[in-house]
Ligand binder design. Structure first.
Ligand SMILES: CC(C)(COP(=O)(O)OP(=O)(O)OC[C@H]1O[C@@H](n2cnc3c(N)ncnc32)[C@H](O)[C@@H]1OP(=O)(O)O)[C@@H](O)C(=O)NCCC(=O)NCCS
Length: 160
């Protein structure tokens, strides 16, 4: 899986995706402290331990570098940045039965605009899975020679 680069300066400073999501009954916002365990547990249950660990890191940042999508008081998606490494977007995920309604793009844009406001010029999508999604939504381009990139240094829990 390759890393992608996004030009934050090319992303429009418009948050209209928030009201678009709201019209579908989906609230996109930053979680607050008391919601941390709920978010991290949900990410672990849906996507596994590594992503839960990264989500936890996003809560350690001030301000929190994570957005969530909520429908009927239940989590349906999340996205983080500055969680794997500074300047990196991810991980992110939308519950399977809630995909295809612009929520993944809204979470992505919320994070990228937040990064832009912080002063970043570029964002890296680390080890991108759905490359076409990132190319289509934010014009991401592949970074040559970035496989396995930062993740090459990773280590694993010992098998019991
Ligand atoms: C990737 C993911 C977050 C997209 O969420 P989503 O809510 O379904 O995406 P959206 O509805 O916002 O899609 C926005 C656009 O991207 C397109 N798109 C979505 N997923 C795509 C994919 N895998 N490949 C190509 N295009 C995709 C949609 O068709 C839509 O296009 P449109 O604007 O022309 O309608 C979701 O599929 C997911 O959770 N995947 C599993 C976790 C994962 O892979 N995370 C990324 C790790 S790097």
């Amino acid at each position: 899986m390759t890393d992608l680069l996004v030009k934050l300066y090319d992303i429009q400073d418009e948050w209209t995706f928030m009201s678009e999501q709201r019209s579908l009954g989906i609230i996109v916002r930053k979680p607050i402290g008391p919601e941390k365990n709920i978010v991290v547990d949900w990410v672990k249950e849906q996507y596994g331990d590594d992503w839960a660990s990264e989500a936890d890191m996003a809560f350690a940042n001030r301000p929190i570098s994570c957005f969530v999508a909520i429908k009927k008081e239940r989590l349906v998606g999340f996205a983080c940045y500055d969680a794997t490494a500074l300047g990196f977007f991810g991980p992110t995920g939308v519950k399977e039965n809630c995909r295809g309604r612009g929520t993944g793009k809204a979470l992505l844009l919320a994070c990228l605009l937040d990064m832009k406001l912080k002063g970043y010029g570029y964002a890296v999508i680390g080890g991108a899975g759905p490359v076409k999604f990132y190319k289509k939504t934010v014009g991401a381009i592949e970074i040559p020679g970035s496989t396995p990139g930062l993740y090459a240094a990773g280590f694993r829990r010992e098998a019991k």
